[in-house]
Design a protein around this ligand. Structure first.
Ligand SMILES: C[S@@+](CC[C@H](N)C(=O)[O-])C[C@H]1O[C@@H](n2cnc3c(N)ncnc32)[C@H](O)[C@@H]1O
Length: 299
């Protein structure tokens, strides 16, 4: 009860600050059009990361893993890829992607949690944005990535570790950093529920149905669980990627905007980087056919 009170009142105190949301994120939470425009721009963010690390998609066959409705997939095509396969486990999202983006150089496929529906060595490179923290069976997916990538192929994965300040994706109701590490899941959800019903809470676009009616809160023990996140730490991802046979570079980005730049040197310390990075870019490389490599260790 004390922990719940603490979270509730801290959430109230932080709601109008920029701790959890920049002004841009607040606007996107309110308005679907702003959110859609922002997601389209995310492809540019990914492209700038590719450029920084000298990775090119020009003329390549790319897999956008976890493509949702394809907002970024089309961006990769427009940035020079020869063909982009968008893939997602969510059938409805894949259907929307097919309706929204029609181009013979685009293919949208529904994947399985353990199997990817493309042939061996058929993909030059994989880009995966905001998805790996959701993957329920990361070893199975890594095995599949190894199978479908051509020798010498690479992957760019943008994701977060479980000690990220807002890892449980509850930021709309719970702007308290590291709340999930301070209290039990049950207490966290109870505090979220109280916030959702508070008079001072400002609902987001996800809190209304298509007719504009406010949805009942989803912060009940049986209807929301943090299970849809795999709780991997940054170090767990690195272990998984290396066990999968890939070489792996890790590039953490400080949490927060310009004011957090001073934390950059601290991100070299393994334990601190888990708490202080706002985002992590992993670059994985599958060795080329002529290099001698050990077989992947994933069971
Ligand atoms: C936060 S969304 C990101 C979507 C997209 N990359 C973007 O940035 O707009 C995460 C997506 O990952 C998908 N996803 C989760 N687990 C997956 C899996 N095992 N295989 C494929 N897609 C998965 C979800 O269905 C969801 O569409």
């Amino acid at each position: 009860m004390i922990a719940e009170q603490f979270l509730y009142f801290t959430a109230k105190a932080l709601r109008s600050t920029s701790v959890a949301h920049t002004a841009q994120m607040k606007a996107a939470l309110k308005d679907k059009a702003v959110n859609d425009a922002q997601r389209t721009r995310e492809a540019e963010r990914v492209m700038s990361v590719l450029e920084r690390y000298h990775l090119t998609i020009d003329g390549q066959r790319i897999l956008d893993f976890g493509c949702a409705d394809g907002a970024l997939t089309i961006g990769y095509l427009n940035s020079g890829a020869a063909h982009v396969v968008g893939m997602d486990v969510d059938e409805g999202a894949v259907r929307r992607a097919r309706e929204l983006h029609r181009d013979e150089r685009l293919t949208f496929l529904k994947s399985d949690v353990e199997l990817l529906p493309v042939p061996d060595s058929s993909i030059d490179a994989v880009v995966s944005y905001d998805t790996f923290e959701h993957v329920s069976d990361p070893p199975a997916i890594l095995k599949e990535m190894w199978r479908i990538l051509k020798p010498g192929g690479w992957m760019l994965i943008g994701t977060w570790g479980w000690r990220h300040p807002f890892a449980p994706h509850l930021w709309a109701v719970m702007p308290v950093p590291w709340a999930h590490l301070l209290v039990s899941e049950r207490t966290l959800i109870k505090a979220c529920r109280r916030v959702y019903h508070a008079r001072w809470y400002s609902p987001t676009r996800d809190d209304f149905d298509s007719t504009g009616r406010r949805l009942p809160d989803k912060y009940t023990e049986d209807s929301i669980s943090l299970d849809y996140l795999n709780h991997y730490l940054i170090a767990d991802f690195e272990r998984l990627f290396r066990a999968g046979g890939f070489s792996c570079e890790t590039h953490p980005v400080p949490f927060g905007s310009w004011y957090a730049n001073w934390t950059r040197p601290l991100l070299r310390v393994q334990s601190l980087r888990e708490f202080l990075s706002g985002y992590v870019w992993f670059i994985l490389r599958k060795p080329s056919a002529d290099s001698s490599v050990d077989d992947p260790q994933l069971s």
